[in-house]
Design a protein around this ligand. Structure first.
Ligand code: BG6
Length: 505
């Protein structure tokens, strides 16, 4: 065991980045205000940022520093996770800069370059900077060109590290993802590229690996001999909000299935990595993604849905076609259910049912591993009528935990059996609150830890799974479901045809 006081590699010591700048392109957007700036505050509040840490906001606004600071203050105060402390914020704002300009404005990027150069002297950032692309994908090429033109992406020239953080959607199909990867690769080297999938930043998602590989109990039954099927659910009660333009051009499969859900599947199904090194984990995830098989008849093995008006959590909800900005004849899906297989020795024959949707009854994301029934039940059939299958449910959100469901004897004089749940909840087991996904991921970028970021090959392979689905859906109409229901009836029928039903999440 290393000495925690001496060994800088000791994982129990807080990891603190070197002095550096975080440049946020699109700093006035939703993501920056609701997630990134609050994450920066929370990190500062937890003492995880170095004194020489600077946020540089970049956006097409004619703002002075005062205005930027005020907007950032409101955003961080409203959306931060940890208690508000003015003194922490005061220290951060002392280290904030704003550069205004359009992405094709050479002078603005020259100013940004000058700002970073000055920060080397004034804040000792030694040329270290991460560029966060919190901007629409169409703007990526222009910004990348600007970074290349000014030499801002050049590690050697800058005398420190330069990293780029790219938000999803990473392309809209395999072709566009490859183009984007090539573009980014022309400007940054692979190890400096961080592709964000914020699900990997969630504590409960990381716990999938801990649960599987830190225990001896689960792995022996984690295969087709014992597992009947796996269900992955990402249900949201919200609709598309104010993102009609983006959402209508995207749909659920590209928005969350290609990334968040396939990443969850990869973590649940992958083999054990030889170490927790980023390259090892990515290699194992990639193997599973490559082993995915689609239903033979895609339209029979998938369901697309679109929400109608209805009631969610006691409130009236509009139908998708009535949302502002959505064309009244849109065929875009707001719900998707897909049956996938995994062609390897561990999983052959085990269906993975994956579903995601908006305007479902409640917000819940979970992975449920459903086990085969015991081969023989030496009980009176009437006593085991209420007995279901064993289930291990990893609850990603909003309740965070793991539930194991199994049969137990009902107290009394008969041998009646019923399902009960063994319930581990983060809130009860730990005093620490889970950090926000973006808190973790922003810190990892600044430290240079790529473990929780999918690489280009994973992203491209995920499009290989989604592209044939999208192609098969061309010209089809989504099934309708009422807001506040668990998706279209066709999704229930899809499972019923195979003698199964969706778990009540
Ligand atoms: C985003 C999607 O990636 O994830 C959104 O674009 C979705 O449509 C969101 O609402 C859900 O994230 P979370 O962390 O709230 O589950």
């Amino acid at each position: 065991m290393g000495n925690p006081l001496r060994d800088p590699q000791d994982r129990r010591l807080p990891r603190i980045p070197e002095p550096c700048a975080l440049v946020i392109f699109g700093v006035t957007g939703d993501l920056a205000r609701k997630k990134l700036l609050p994450a920066v505050y929370d990190l500062a509040n937890r003492g995880l940022l170095p004194p020489g840490f600077v946020v540089v906001g970049f956006a097409r606004r004619d703002w002075d520093h005062g205005t930027f600071e005020q907007v950032a203050y409101e955003a961080a105060k409203t959306h931060s996770r940890t208690p508000w402390r003015e003194e922490v914020w005061a220290r951060l704002t002392g280290n904030m800069k704003f550069v205004g300009g359009a992405f094709d404005d050479d002078a603005a990027f020259d100013r940004l370059n000058d700002t970073l150069n000055e920060l080397r002297d004034t804040h000792g950032i030694a040329g270290n900077a991460a560029f966060y692309f919190s901007i629409p994908p169409q703007a990526f090429p222009t910004v990348l060109k600007q970074l290349a033109r000014t030499g801002m992406a050049d590690n050697e020239k800058c005398g420190g590290w330069r990293r780029v953080v790219v938000e999803k959607p990473f392309g809209t199909d395999l072709g566009s993802a490859k183009e984007l990867n090539d573009l980014v690769d022309d400007v940054f080297t692979g190890q400096d590229v961080f592709r964000i999938d914020h699900y990997l930043g969630k504590e409960t998602v990381q716990n999938i690996m801990a649960l599987r590989f830190a225990n001896s109990l689960f792995e022996p039954v984690w295969n087709s001999k014992y597992v009947d099927s796996v269900q992955i659910t990402m249900a949201e009660d919200v609709g598309i909000g104010t993102r009609a333009g983006f959402y209508d051009a995207t749909g659920t499969a590209r928005d969350v299935f290609q990334n968040h859900l396939l990443q969850l599947l990869a973590l649940v199904a992958m083999e054990e990595p030889t170490s927790f090194d980023a390259a090892e984990i990515r290699a194992e995830k990639l193997k599973v993604l490559r082993a995915i098989s689609l239903p033979k008849d895609i339209n029979a093995g998938t369901v697309r849905g679109q929400y109608l008006q209805g009631w969610v959590a006691g409130e009236r909800a509009k139908g998708y076609l009535d949302e502002d900005g959505v064309p009244s004849d849109s065929n875009t899906e707001t719900y998707v259910a897909v049956r996938l297989g995994i062609q390897n020795r561990r999983w052959a024959g085990v269906p993975f049912y994956i579903r995601a949707g908006k305007r479902l009854p409640r917000r819940v994301t979970e992975v449920a591993v459903l086990f085969k029934k015991a081969p023989h039940l030496p009980f009176n059939p009437a006593d085991v009528e209420a007995l279901g299958e064993n289930q291990l449910v990893i609850r990603v959100q909003p309740e965070e935990g793991v539930v194991l469901k199994f049969g137990s004897k009902v107290p009394g004089t008969t041998m009646e059996l019923r399902d009960i749940a063994m319930d581990f909840q983060y809130g009860e087991a730990f005093t620490e609150q889970s950090p926000e996904a973006y808190e973790r991921l922003v810190l990892d970028v600044l430290i240079g830890d790529r473990t929780l970021f999918p690489d280009a090959a994973e992203v491209e392979q995920s499009w290989n799974v989604v592209d044939p689905l999208e192609e098969a859906w061309i010209g089809t109409k989504p099934e309708q479901y009422r807001s506040g229901e668990w998706g279209p009836r066709a999704a229930d029928e899809m499972l019923a045809r195979e003698g199964r039903h969706w778990r009540r999440a």
